[in-house]
Design a protein around this ligand. Structure first.
Ligand SMILES: [Zn+2]
Length: 368
C-alpha cells in the first residue's frame, strides 16, 4: 500500500521528514496535530526512514515492523485505565496495535471507546514512567536507533511527567523520543520547552475526499460531504462515517445548547445542565471538543466556505444550521470558542461540571 504522502507530495511535512537521519534527528520532538489529524501517519513515516537502512524503502522487515508497530526498537506509550493489567501500556499493546491498524488518524474518544473506559480515568500513570526508563535502558536490537513514541503527553500523570522530564534532560545516545499531542496547551511547559515542536496542519478537504474514495471505497457524494465536514482531518471524516450513532447525542445537545442560548431560556438551561452534568468527564470533554468543531463549521457556512449544511450528516437532529449561522458574527464566534475552550480546560481540572456548563451557558446567552 502506498504511503499517504505519495498521494500528496505538497503536504508540508516533507522538509521535516528529511531530518529523519541518524545525524540529524533531534533527541525529543513534540508532534502536534488536531485530533483525527496527520500526526501518527507522519511520525510512522519518519520512524520508517530513521530505522530503515535504505531510508524508508517500505519493503524491508524494518519498514514492515514499523508500519504495524511491532519493531523491537520502537516502544509505545499511551494512556490506559489503572485497572488494565499492570496499569501500563504494556497490557493493552495488542489492542492499541489493532486500533491503529485500521485507522492511523485516531481521536482520543475512539481510543477511550476501544478501552470501554468512558466512565474511567484514562492516563499515562506513574508506573508507566518506570517502564519508560526501563525501555530506554534496553540495548537496541538492530544496533541502530531506539524510538519511544508517547501518544497524548497531555494525559501524563504529574509524577510520570516529572520522571519523563529527567529522561528528556539527560538524553541517552541514539535515542529518539516523539511526543504526539492533540492538545499542546495541556502539556506541561517544562516538557514542551525540552522538545523541538513540529506542527502538522490538516491534510486538506480535497485530499481527504480523494483518499475516502480511493482507499476506503466511499461513495463519491458521501465522500464529498464527509470531507467538507472534516476540516481536512481524515480521522474526523472517518469518525462521522463510522460512529454516526455515537455522535447523534452530541449533535442533539449542541443544537439544544445553541437554541437555549439564542432564546435566553434560563429554566431550560438549568434542565440541560442537569442532563449534561450527569455525563462522565470524558464524555463532557468530548462534547465540548465536538461542539467546537460544529461551531467552526457554522463559521465556515456563514462565509460560504462550506457548501453543505452543518448538521446535514444528522438529518434527524432539528437544527437550521444555515439560518443559525446568519445570526453569528466574528465577535460572537470568538466569544463562543473561548467559552467552549475555557469549559474544556475547567472540566479537565475537575471543576464542578454543573457550574462549568451553567456559566458557559450564560456566557453564550450574552453572546446573542
Ligand atoms: Zn525499509
Amino acid at each position: 500500500m502506498p504511503e499517504i504522502f505519495d498521494l500528496s507530495p505538497h503536504y508540508p511535512a516533507h522538509d521535516w521528514l528529511a531530518t529523519a537521519m541518524p545525524e540529524k534527528v533531534p533527541h525529543a520532538q513534540l508532534i502536534v496535530s488536531a485530533q483525527g489529524g496527520m500526526a501518527w501517519a507522519t511520525v510512522q513515516a519518519y520512524v520508517k526512514r530513521l530505522l530503515c537502512l535504505e531510508g524508508g524503502c517500505g519493503h524491508c522487515p524494518s519498514c514492515k515492523q514499523t508500519a504495524n508497530l511491532t519493531h523491537p526498537d520502537v516502544h509505545l506509550v499511551f494512556p490506559v485505565t489503572a485497572s488494565a493489567g499492570d496499569g501500563t501500556s504494556e497490557s493493552s499493546l495488542a489492542e492499541f496495535r489493532n486500533f491503529l491498524k485500521f485507522n492511523k488518524f485516531p481521536l482520543v474518544r475512539t481510543w477511550i471507546d476501544a478501552l470501554d473506559a468512558s466512565q474511567k480515568v484514562v492516563q499515562i500513570s506513574v508506573k508507566e514512567a518506570k517502564r519508560m526508563g526501563d525501555l530506554l535502558s534496553l540495548k537496541s536490537h538492530s544496533g541502530g536507533y531506539k524510538v519511544l513514541l508517547i501518544w497524548l503527553p497531555e494525559r501524563l500523570h504529574d509524577s510520570a511527567a516529572n520522571k519523563l522530564l529527567k529522561t528528556l534532560e539527560e538524553p541517552e545516545p541514539k535515542t529518539a523520543i516523539f511526543l504526539i499531542s492533540h492538545d499542546e496547551e495541556s502539556v506541561l511547559p517544562t516538557i514542551r520547552s525540552r522538545c523541538q515542536a513540529v506542527y502538522l496542519p490538516p491534510w486538506g478537504a480535497e485530499h481527504v475526499r480523494q483518499w475516502l474514495i480511493q482507499e476506503r471505497q466511499i461513495d463519491p457524494n458521501q465522500a464529498k460531504l464527509l470531507s467538507a465536514l472534516s476540516g481536512g482531518e481524515p480521522g474526523v471524516a472517518l469518525d462521522y462515517l463510522e460512529n454516526r450513532e455515537r455522535l447523534v447525542p452530541l449533535a442533539e445537545n449542541f443544537a439544544e445548547w445553541m437554541r437555549l442560548a439564542f432564546k435566553k431560556d434560563l429554566p431550560g438551561l438549568q434542565n440541560w445542565v442537569d442532563t449534561i452534568g450527569a455525563w462522565s468527564r470524558e464524555q463532557q470533554r468530548d462534547f465540548l471538543h465536538f461542539s467546537g468543531s460544529l461551531l467552526s463549521q457554522l463559521e465556515r457556512l456563514r462565509h460560504h466556505a462550506l457548501k453543505h449544511g452543518t448538521l446535514e450528516w444528522f438529518p434527524d437532529v432539528p437544527f437550521n444550521a444555515s439560518g443559525f449561522s446568519k445570526l453569528m458574527s466574528a465577535d460572537k464566534v470568538l466569544l463562543m470558542h473561548q467559552t467552549m475552550d475555557d469549559a474544556y480546560v475547567d472540566i479537565g481540572r475537575n471543576v464542578n461540571a454543573r457550574l462549568v456548563f451553567f456559566d458557559a451557558g450564560l456566557r453564550l446567552m450574552k453572546a446573542f
